[in-house]
Design a protein around this ligand. Sequence first.
Ligand code: SAH
Length: 245
Amino acid sequence: MLSNIRIVLVQTFHPGNIGQAARAMKTMGLTDLVLVNPRCFPDEEATRLAAGATDVLDNARVVEHISQAVGDCVQVVGASARLRSLPLPHFDDPEPMAVQMVEHAHEAPVALVFGRERFGLTNDEIRHCTHQVSIPANPDYGVLNLAQAVQILAYEVRRAWRHQTPSAAQPKSKQPALPTREQMAHFETHLHQALSSSGFLTQPHARTEDHLRALFSRAQPTRKELSILRGVLTTLEKAGTKRDG
Ligand code: SAH
């Protein structure tokens, strides 16, 4: 189950932070590390600071874009110190986030995504997330070092995993499957096409799409519900084409 909880580090600048993050993960029983475009990896400093967790580094996957890191995940939580203007569902307390994540991780991979040391995650990267989380630190000085933020959230996940009720720990085979981020992205593209061709979306980059994305993140539709929605879009598109033609 913990093997389904992935840590994603986006464009980490200092390789030492990657090593320390690997160590933080292993102390909490997490093993799946994905690095998006790291500045320097593999690296001696990363290996040195990973201490006994070099196996986590050895097994880490390096990808070029965040979509490749989270495509198969059913929940993707972006960690940021500051609340962004994006209307994505936000946990201002890591505990309920960890409980939900552990529940989903019984079925499929989930991910916690961490940003760059200098400027965190971009809005475009946050758009690949389903939720956001902040560690409620000192409001006057609340930005943690990257690996320490990984440590705290990995600890919360471990705590939620240890405290889950025995029934929650059973695989819930009857629970309807949630779509992966990749399936959600196909739906978002389809919705975008339908909204543009129908004339509903008139400006590029309309905030409307961010609000719709937030709505679907909150609602957490099942795969079945998402496929019904796609069927609705296809039928409406055909009806629109007939009318116009
Ligand atoms: N200067 C950046 C923060 C970089 S810290 C900014 O202002 O956004 C590097 C990463 O650590 C962040 O992208 C975030 O993923 C994580 N992090 C640091 N402090 C955090 C906090 N209080 N809550 C959640 N994540 C935090």
